[in-house]
Design a protein around this ligand. Sequence first.
Ligand code: MTE
Length: 327
Amino acid sequence: MLLKSPKGWELPDSAATPENFFHDRRRLAKLIAAGPVLAAMPALLASCEEAPPRTAQLPDPSASLYPVKRNPRYVIDRKLTTEAMATGYNNYYEFGSSKNISAKAQRLSLRPWIVKIDGLVEKPFEIAIDDLLAKMPLEERVYRHRCVEAWSMTVPWSGFALKSLVDLARPLSKARYLKMTSFQDPETAPGQKASWYPWPYVEGLTLAEATNELAFIATGIYGKPMPKQNGAPLRLAVPWKYGFKSTKGIVRFEFTDKRPVSFWEEIQAREYGFWANVNPAVSHPRWSQATERVLGGGGRVPTQIYNGYGEFVADLYDGIKGENLFM
Ligand code: MTE
């Protein structure tokens, strides 16, 4: 199928969503085969609108941990996105493919939330979220957040350096990658009933990326616990990469010597690769990445290589040959 590539500034978000993988022929064939599921879709999405179960409405027991002290090292020259925008305009396909999933995400129950740390580590273990939070040094970092769909925000994340979790895990020397897996519960998250997506959502980093000082596990925003729609209780924030790498609702950190195939990579590797580093000079196959729309009235601005974080991360990629580092 031949598609006209719109210019970046012509691109409505709806056209840029990763769901455009539907234009891929093999996906389309699978989708047609999934006809009955598709026919059931309005019903599935409607069921998300129901009131959240009682356990999902309990107050967040981590609330007293916030606000945490801002780390002044990560300064950026943009206005903070408003909290209403950052918590009301989300991508979370587990709850549907629109940006307006915040009400639906309230169905997610955050306690108990057990995190598994396993694979190539000295001793695999499981830890309850509140025990993990008690062990981690929490701080606030203001980061740019650049979606592959060519919009951006500036968000004050609270959380901890991913390196602290890697240190807690004690990976073996043969571990080369960290694979992060999101929760799977189709009854709560009806988007997961769509069988053409490779659930659960999985993302991966090299261990060098995971231990880079910028890699952050966010547990809150705007001085409060993380809202469910933004990925509570644990989500990744790797601001030099496109937003789809920053997986939400993480339940497992697995150390491995094999490069994980991530969720969108499995769907359409030509458009959403493993590396996904931001680069204005490398277009998405169907739109330009040269500029981005700053949500909340910030207009359209030039995109920066590594989303402006080259001084921290560019050397991670020295000597890597034959890979598309920017897709
Ligand atoms: N993580 C999961 N589990 N499911 C998702 O659909 N969407 C990704 C990423 N993490 C996604 C996810 C995409 S495409 C983006 S741009 C960011 O989350 C959006 O984060 P935000 O809603 O906090 O802005």
